[in-house]
Ligand binder design. Structure first.
Ligand code: AMP
Length: 365
């Protein structure tokens, strides 16, 4: 490593996790002259198809982690749910960006909400619950409807139980099937948005424009860039994400999902310390994509401009949607991105399509 912490092109970036986020990051790294090594428990992962080397082992395998660290110059994550002991082991051997403190907060919904509260950033009302009695009490305070979520490992709406007025707390607690959960008041939002902020090793931040996200069955379906909100809300949403990235001393990307309510409150829902599905539009709609920005940040380079040059719509291809690749590519305006997954299971993210529009003329939903 050079004295100013820059990892020059030609060196190797280690990515923990082998999914599509790792794949698209590895492609961006290759475009800038870096090699990538992947650590994943999954054979033939999307990321390993485009990387120099893959170590296939469980995230707890110490000797495999050491071998991985020996072959790379810097380590990052496309998947944040890695055990603390593994991250510590890696950090003793090579620079790990972002650092453990960012992962630790993002791994756990209770830590995430506590962190937001410490910064004075509003969230849905919430309570930690460890039994059906706790849940009963929390429901009394927060009220129904509410959502009971696992505190860890929840994604794409998994690990969530909706509780309506009159529902039985014991049944909901059983349905969650976990020994700790978080009860969140149901937010009657008018729009879901997200912001992705990149923060370089020098502390300089570049945020992508605020986007609107539409979910189907708990999975992101469509992202609209920019979100149809006024400039005041836009600035507040970006400020929220930047405050969080700064406080965490993040080096890398921070994606923050937020709810906007009818009275213009912005409530943080969750965050991820890595590239994010709601940033895929940046591949085609911005001067620097989230993946290039991620690579620039973790290698210690100066960030690129996050400026949006077009309006954009990103549509996820879930399960069998990806079989329509031929129709999709018939239209020359569609930019098809597929992840190299051979099995199109229902609910599985197989790819996405970006479509650009001149600034100010993109469709609204
Ligand atoms: P999450 O896994 O927390 O991102 O939740 C997935 C989706 O469920 C969110 O994008 C929202 O559409 C919905 N959701 C999650 N939490 C809440 C909440 N407290 N109130 C209303 N909707 C929610």
């Amino acid at each position: 490593m050079s004295p100013n912490n820059k990892i020059p092109p030609g060196r190797t970036i280690g990515i923990i996790g082998g999914g599509q986020l790792g794949r698209m990051s590895a492609v961006a790294a290759a475009e800038m002259g870096y090699k990538t090594h992947i650590f994943t428990p999954e054979k033939n992962s999307p990321a390993s198809q485009v990387s120099e080397l893959t170590i296939v082992a469980p995230y707890e395998d110490e000797s495999a982690l050491k071998k991985f660290a020996a072959g790379v110059d810097v380590i990052t994550f496309e998947f944040e749910n890695v055990p603390a002991a593994s991250v510590k082991l890696l950090a003793d051997l090579k620079p790990v960006r972002p650092g453990w403190q960012c992962l630790e907060i993002a791994q756990d919904r209770i830590r995430e909400k506590t962190f937001a509260a410490e910064l004075g950033i509003p969230t849905a009302p919430w309570a930690e619950v460890r039994s059906s009695e706790d849940l009963e009490k929390a429901l009394g305070e927060i009220g129904a409807p509410a959502i009971l979520k696992t505190t860890r490992m929840g994604y794409d709406g998994k690990g969530q139980v909706r509780i309506n007025q009159g529902d039985n707390a014991q049944d909901a607690w059983k349905a969650l099937g976990s020994d700790v959960g978080i009860l969140e008041g149901f937010v009657d939002f008018v729009m879901e948005v997200s912001v992705i902020t990149a923060r370089g090793i020098d502390g300089v931040m570049e945020s992508f424009d605020v986007v609107q996200n539409h979910h189907e069955n708990g999975i992101l379906d469509i992202t609209i860039a920019p979100a149809p909100i006024n400039d005041v809300l836009r600035a507040r949403a970006i400020d929220t994400a930047e405050k969080m990235a700064e406080k965490m001393d993040m080096v890398g990307l921070l994606a923050v999902e937020m709810f906007i309510t009818a009275d213009d409150n912005i409530l943080v829902n969750e965050m991820a310390p890595r590239p994010h599905n709601s940033g895929h539009w940046t591949q085609d709609g911005c001067k620097t994509s989230q993946f290039e920005q991620f690579i620039r940040a973790v290698t210690g380079l100066k960030l690129g401009t996050a400026e949006r040059h077009s309006d954009a719509v990103m549509k996820n291809l879930i399960g069998a949607d990806a079989n329509d690749w031929e129709t999709i590519t018939q239209d020359g305006e569609n930019k098809l991105h597929l992840y190299g997954k051979s099995e199109a299971r229902p609910g599985r993210k197989m790819g996405h399509v970006n479509r650009l529009y001149p600034k100010g003329s993109g469709p609204k939903i």
